[in-house]
Design a protein around this ligand. Sequence first.
Ligand SMILES: Nc1ncnc2c1ncn2[C@@H]1O[C@H](COP(=O)(O)OP(=O)(O)OP(=O)(O)O)[C@@H](O)[C@H]1O
Length: 269
Amino acid sequence: MTGDLALAGSELTLAYDGRTVVHGAGIELCRGQVVALVGPNGSGKSTLLRSLARLHAPQSGRVTLDGGDDAFALKPKDFARQVTLLTQSRPTPGGVRVKDVVAYGRHPYRARFGAGDADGHIHVAKAMRMTGVEAMAERAVDELSGGELQRVWLATCLAQDTGVVLLDEPTTFLDLRYQVEILDIVRELADDHQVAVGVVLHDLDQAAAVADRVVLMHSGVVRAAGTPADVLTAGLLSEVYGLRIEVNVGDDGHLHTRPIGRHTARVTI
Ligand SMILES: Nc1ncnc2c1ncn2[C@@H]1O[C@H](COP(=O)(O)OP(=O)(O)OP(=O)(O)O)[C@@H](O)[C@H]1O
């Protein structure tokens, strides 16, 4: 049901080689909702998202599914049927066709030697249609542009058909049209398929437009969490990003942010 808790991290402390970079962070992803993680470079967004996807074991704290199961205790395939992650960097396999990369998203449903998963081709076709990569199905992935490749990886995640979708900067490399289309897909997943979406975004206006809730990170700490109107305030953003940021409501009803750089002062001298 919409609003039911799907995936949560509580009191997560995360470190690399003994250096703590996320301090006691909490985050909740609910069905049918989009949560945007925002914050400056190095504030811990990706590390937190990777921990939710079980790719980074916490020093302390818990990641739970459906309000109970310890995510780290599940079998890999069981977890992969419930949660997928689009990471920032991925190796690009040489000579492999797009349709085969997308089909890889079905790995949690296949038995050994590729048996099972009778409906897999339906999910693969749907994911390719949603992301607009059908026309490149036969092309080798190492021949694609950065933006084309980004959409292929997103299709691979969607083919996994999970109730939780985690996306780390999914609009990077994309031209304006595809940025908008990816954000439309994000909303569609939540609204039409009751997916719980957690998405790292640098563009605060995109976060305001797509998210039901925003988690603002700063120096490894969740500085604020709530609705876009609660979190994307001039005061909080100016403090966290270390420069003056104005926030206005646009004609579209969404919040719009405007950083005020030093160049503004320079040209008026
Ligand atoms: N593999 C790693 N090994 C050691 N330290 C790392 C590693 N990955 C990230 N860090 C450090 O952890 C901290 C948080 O990084 P993280 O990538 O989670 O931040 P972020 O908010 O996602 O940043 P960005 O917006 O630049 O992607 C940073 O200080 C970073 O240098």
